[in-house]
Write a protein that binds this ligand. Structure first.
Ligand SMILES: Nc1ncnc2c1ncn2[C@@H]1O[C@H](COP(=O)(O)OP(=O)(O)O)[C@@H](O)[C@H]1O
Ligand SMILES: [Mg+2]
Length: 242
């Protein structure tokens, strides 16, 4: 049984087919990379999986349960958390407050939520920022706060949308190390969209490639990087270096 199974998923926006008959499986414990040129449909696929968007066709199953019709807070309770390509930190809550929003997915008790959130901040080495307001902090730190909020919901599957975007090489390296620790120490399955090739190739055990809404290739990073269909999909797009 796959942890996540997407079958024949389709999503159209007024003539633009953002996801065209996409099927994929994510096994428990894997790190899967999702790549493809800008506009390939990666973020839309994430949105359909977690329930931010309703697919026009197709099914999403998580732990052998149909979650296609569920709302984001419900898929979150089931064990799926995600971060956003365009960050969504809450400006008028402190860093701790932002993370507690995640913890409330598992408890109604403020004290427990606070303790759990502090634990997550410590794991990410962000405890010194607990009482700061996120928008006062660098983008890289804000991205980690979003990661902290996602982790505080205690996910089994964590979906990351372009965590390295906008980060400098040093920050990117730190983010990659953190993502690896989340996988190895918390045993969380990872499904990540990443535009920086070096990053996605080095982290992922398996890579899925979307182009024009369709899944065109799937396989180990080395094979995918050398695949003619993948190279063709990226032609015309500037090769993004880390
Ligand atoms: N909410 C939306 N309304 C209309 N079109 C959208 C919407 N979201 C995405 N699209 C379109 O769907 C396609 C896929 O977008 P997206 O999933 O964001 O791609 P990616 O994340 O791979 O860059 C693009 O053509 C984009 O313009
Ligand atoms: Mg996107």
């Amino acid at each position: 049984m796959a942890l996540l199974e997407v079958t024949n998923l389709r999503k159209e926006f007024g003539g633009v087919i953002a996801n065209d008959n996409v099927s994929l499986r994510v096994e428990k414990g894997e790190i899967i990379g999702l790549i493809g040129p800008n506009g390939a449909g990666k973020t839309t696929l994430f949105n359909c999986i977690v329930g931010y968007l309703k697919p026009d066709k197709g099914r999403v199953r998580f732990k052998d349960e149909d979650i296609t019709a569920l709302k984001p807070f419900q898929t979150n309770r089931k064990g799926i958390a995600r971060t956003f390509q365009l960050m969504k930190v809450i400006a008028d809550l402190t860093v701790l407050g932002n993370v507690m929003v995640g913890s409330f997915c598992r408890t109604d008790n403020r004290r427990i939520a606070r303790d759990k959130s502090l634990e997550v901040l410590e794991f990410l080495e962000l405890q010194e920022y607990s009482n700061a307001y996120p928008t006062e902090l660098p983008i890289a730190t804000q991205k980690m706060i979003e990661l902290a909020r996602a982790l505080a919901t205690k996910p089994e599957l964590l979906m990351l949308d372009e965590m390295a975007a906008g980060l400098n090489p040093k920050e990117t390296e730190k983010m990659v190390a953190l993502i690896r620790r989340i996988h190895s120490e918390k045993e969380i399955t990872l499904f990540l969209i990443e535009h920086i090739m070096e990053v996605v190739m080095s982290i992922s055990e398996r890579i899925i490639v979307l182009d024009g809404g369709k899944k065109i290739v799937e396989g180990p990073p080395k094979e995918v990087a050398e695949d003619k269909r993948v190279i063709k999909a990226y032609l015309g797009e500037r090769y993004v270096k880390g």
